[in-house]
Design a binder for this molecule. Structure first.
Ligand code: FAD
Length: 394
């Protein structure tokens, strides 16, 4: 039984901004039994198309889905768990937590020290530029969300300042192929969680500076500078109404350039080993990030230059309803590849749950198979459940 507080595909319907398209290409967005079969495999789905895909999956899966049912508490019992919902309680031997990794925006405490005249919005509240007041916008965070919103706001005619911390720079296409094709083909996404040197870091890695647009454009800091976005360093504090930024902008940009070059080098080596060089365009390297010589270190938030702030500083899961002591002091679920630190409790849909690809829609299929195998073993009904899951395979 699936309990959903909203509708099927709720997060894609209600928690995303209007212009968002997936950053994974259509051919890569797979669910068990569902593959993209339209005319544009290299394109990127709109939110409406994602909702459609998930609905198409939900219908034949024939699972019992109780929508409009908010889970308000889960408590351990001798037999398993009691799940309390807005429509009554349910007892069950096992629970799979699939409530998402991005239930709420993370906004640093700085937000509370911003002068009240400056409007603040998070990516959950943001829909399109028209909802912000005219005038300058400070976008905080330069990962996928931040660069996309900075570009959209700049194109709406507003002066945009982007506060840039650690980020992952990637070209949209490399040697004629989508950069995510390279990750897939070269096996980067198949790297397992128990083989990674620093799993905690891998799970916290910022999303790459990518956007899914019909023209497959690259949206790195150089592209933003070309349309007039100004950069400042990581936002450190507010003193007397003035925002103070780190002086480390050049360093974080150099690091991102270096890591991108290293990754492209790995792709080139892989292409050579696989002897597919001839099918691809030649290797290339991109201009280093053009960091302004004298990036501003402070901005007076009372002077009227900045009318609004958009927080693009990431997302976090929300486990306030989980009354089982399996969440650490940083709000992270304690689990080993989706097997949570409490018998019969499981998780799916978290970053690098079992593989690097777990972060994406296409990661669910393999993860679900592994996690449900474990769950079936726990219940002692392995073969029955495995037959059931095999029936949904393509
Ligand atoms: C801005 C953004 C862009 C992304 N872009 C891509 C992309 O381009 N490609 C890609 O593959 N992936 C992308 N992802 C990742 C993608 O969202 C996840 O891989 C995928 O949504 C995980 O699915 P899920 O069902 O586990 O979680 P979710 O889609 O978050 O679904 C969780 C569901 O649980 C429900 N829920 C939560 N709490 C409760 C409760 N207490 N009671 C009842 N129901 C509850 C929510 O309403 C929600 O419907 C993106 C994520 C974000 C935030």
């Amino acid at each position: 039984m699936i309990l959903e507080r909203g509708e099927v595909a709720n997060s894609w319907r209600h928690e995303r901004w209007d212009s968002l398209r997936l950053l994974t290409p259509n051919w890569q967005c797979r669910l068990p039994g569902i593959r993209y079969q339209g005319p544009d495999p290299d394109g990127y789905m709109t939110m409406g198309e994602v909702v459609d895909m998930i609905e198409r999956f939900a219908a034949p899966a024939r699972a019992v889905v109780r929508t409009g049912t908010n889970v308000t508490a889960v408590r351990r019992t001798d037999e398993g768990y009691n799940v309390f919902t807005t429509h009554g309680a349910i007892s069950c031997p096992t629970v799979v937590i699939a409530s998402g990794a991005c239930n709420r925006p993370t906004v640093p405490g700085l937000g509370q020290t911003v002068p009240p005249d400056v409007e603040q919005v998070t990516t959950f509240g943001y829909r399109d530029p028209s909802q912000l007041p005219e005038g300058g916008v400070l976008v905080v965070g330069a990962s996928a969300t931040g660069v996309q919103l900075a570009a959209e706001l700049r194109r709406s005619g507003r002066p945009v300042t982007l506060s840039v911390g650690e980020h992952v720079r990637l070209p949209r296409t490399y040697r004629g192929r989508d950069v995510l094709w390279w990750m897939d083909a070269a096996g980067v996404w198949d790297q397992r969680y128990d083989e990674l040197e620093d799993l905690v870091r891998a799970r916290r890695l910022p999303s790459p500076q990518l956007v899914g647009t019909p023209d497959r454009t690259t949206l790195d800091l150089n592209a933003l500078a070309a349309i007039g976005v100004e950069f400042v360093g990581r936002w450190a504090m507010v003193r007397g109404g003035t925002a103070l930024f780190s002086g480390g902008l050049r360093n974080v940009c150099s690091l991102a350039d270096l890591k991108m070059d290293r990754l492209l080098g790995l792709f080139d080596e892989w292409a050579e080993t696989e002897r597919i060089d001839g099918e691809l365009d030649g290797p290339e390297r991109y201009a280093p990030t053009q960091v302004p010589k004298a990036a501003r270190l402070q901005l007076d938030l009372r002077a009227g230059e900045i009318q609004s702030i958009v927080w693009a500083t990431g997302f976090a899961p929300d486990y306030r309803w989980l009354d089982v002591p399996v969440v650490d002091d940083k709000g992270r679920l304690r689990h080993d590849g989706g097997v949570v630190d409490s018998p019969g409790l499981y998780a799916l849909g978290l970053p690098v749950l079992r593989r690097r690809r777990s972060t994406f829609i296409c990661g669910i299929e393999d993860d679900a198979r592994d996690v449900i195998d474990h769950l079936a073993g726990y219940l002692g009904v392995g073969s029955q459940l495995r037959v059931g899951s095999a029936a949904t395979q393509p």
